[in-house]
Design a protein around this ligand. Structure first.
Ligand SMILES: [N-]=[N+]=N[C@@H]1[C@H](O)[C@@H](CO)O[C@H]1n1ccc(=O)[nH]c1=O
Length: 252
């Protein structure tokens, strides 16, 4: 009669041969909360030291890739800073879900790279190849239940709103060539209200909330270690539990 340890090892050997299903992480948080930087740091720390098997492939998918294309009138309104890019309806939720399902099924997908200066996703697109870890980052990545249910880990980057506003002012005036008055008006009219109505309420769905965003090296380190443990099968997952449970049943 094989011991429990043998059973668990046999199971782990079986699992090791099958390519791991992509591990999907949702990273939400207010505009300029540091989501992209948190993702970059996690990716860097996962990619750096090879875990047990070969180097992990980690890719970042931005929710901005799924902005609906603007009509001519909407583009005109957007140019004046009067379009609400922070509302859930600004995103194509069907296309988002379909693309994430393909990514989760380890298919190669083509996604647009959003050009926020010209507010279009038509400038260029990139291919996302099958990866071990996919980080889906954006202000409303935890908003839809269908997407939440697909995620293996949900993170919320929780930076103070004054920090986020000051970053936006610098980013939008310097990198996106907008004037200060328009940036502040857009923030007051759309970004702040939409954050409070649609983004902040999704914090309750997070598995880990990261106060202070990318400066929080302890939180990022814990998250990276947990992902590594899951990828290298070191966690006592439900599979092990099932074996132990079945063997005790046999013992009676
Ligand atoms: N305006 N505004 N706010 C949104 C949102 O807060 C953030 C994340 O999508 O990017 C901003 N955003 C998005 C598309 C765009 O063309 N311009 C832009 O500034």
């Amino acid at each position: 009669m094989a011991s429990v340890t043998d059973l668990i090892q046999m199971r782990r050997d079986m699992i090791k041969d099958t390519p791991p299903k992509p591990f999907l992480i949702g990273v939400a948080g207010g505009s300029a909360s540091g989501k992209s930087t948190v993702c970059a740091k996690i990716m860097e720390q996962l990619g750096q030291e090879g875990v047990e098997t070969n180097k992990r492939r980690v890719v970042i998918v931005s929710q901005e890739s799924f902005y609906k294309e603007l009509s001519k009138d909407e583009a005109e309104v957007a140019r004046k800073g009067n379009f609400n890019f922070d509302h859930p309806d600004a995103f194509d939720s069907d296309k988002t879900l379909e693309t994430l399902q393909k990514i989760k099924a380890a298919e190669i997908v083509e996604i647009p790279v959003y050009d926020s200066v010209n507010a279009t996703g038509k400038s260029r697109s990139i291919s996302i190849y099958p990866a071990d870890v996919i980080m889906f980052e954006g202000i409303l990545t935890l908003y839809s239940k269908e997407i939440r249910d697909m995620l293996d880990m949900k993170l919320f980057v929780d930076s103070d709103s004054d920090t986020r506003l000051s970053r936006r002012v610098i980013r939008d005036t310097q990198e996106r060539g907008r004037d200060l008055e328009q940036v502040l008006a857009t923030y007051t009219n759309f970004v702040k209200p939409a954050f409070e109505e649609f983004c902040l309420p999704t914090k309750k769905y997070a598995d880990v909330i990261i106060p202070r965003g990318s400066e929080n090296t302890v939180a990022i380190g814990l998250i990276v270690q947990h992902i590594k443990d899951i990828l290298s099968g070191n966690t006592t997952s439900e599979i092990d539990g099932a074996i132990i449970d079945s063997s005790t049943r046999q013992r009676h």
